[in-house]
Design a protein around this ligand. Structure first.
Ligand SMILES: [Zn+2]
Length: 205
């Protein structure tokens, strides 16, 4: 169970997190979590290249260590990268010191001041400890591509029905999500380009 659109009350409660990036240029922000992943990352890069658009990849330190060439391909294509922790730690169940050390371990291979909490779950005490060093990027639109019980058509609707100027949209660079991503990503991009949206990377500053 997940919500395609982040509720206002949650956004207000966690006001130090970044949920969207308001702007006057119709910019929106595609993000891909959990990679790099062999075959999937290459496929995503091809789709983005075909449409000449840029995106932000929130990478896991453990995957960057396993697949450094893939990570370099992301950077060479001028996409942006962010820290998604080393081993996908759920902040709600982790001691703060452990949580912070896992982020630091990712930082050794992913140089970025963008951080996305794994599972979107982070305690206020953890936020307080990293918010000076990182922009903590959440989202306002969740495709739900990771949900094995959903359909590709539903994922597409989740995105196109909720995207507005400034939206941060979540997809996954993972094997599990691919059955939904393969259908949804190209159609999402085509639909949003036709409506005048501009795809950009999440700025580090
Ligand atoms: Zn993740």
């Amino acid at each position: 169970m997940f919500l395609a659109k982040s509720p206002e009350i949650i956004k207000k409660y966690y006001s130090r997190l970044i949920w969207d990036i308001p702007n006057t240029e119709n910019k929106i922000y595609l993000t891909f979590d959990d990679g790099p992943t062999p075959k999937i990352t290459e496929w995503v890069l091809d789709v983005l290249k075909k449409h000449k658009i840029k995106a932000t990849f929130f990478c896991l330190g453990c995957n960057v260590e396993k697949y450094p060439d893939l990570f370099n391909q992301i950077k060479l294509a001028d996409h942006s990268v962010g820290n998604h922790s080393y081993s996908h730690v759920n902040g709600w169940y982790a001691e703060d010191d452990y949580y912070l050390s896992d982020i630091e371990k990712c930082k050794e291979v992913v140089s970025s001041n963008l951080f996305r909490p794994p599972h979107g779950r982070i305690k206020k005490s953890q936020i307080a400890k990293i918010v000076e060093d990182y922009k903590i990027i959440m989202w306002d639109v969740l495709s739900g591509d990771f949900d094995l019980k959903t359909t590709p058509e539903k994922c597409l609707k989740n995105v196109i029905n909720n995207t507005k100027s400034g939206s941060v949209i979540v997809f996954h660079d993972s094997i599990k999500a691919f059955k939904n991503l393969e259908y949804t990503l190209p159609k999402t991009i085509e639909y949003l380009l036709e409506r005048g949206f501009v795809f950009d990377v999440i700025p580090e500053n």
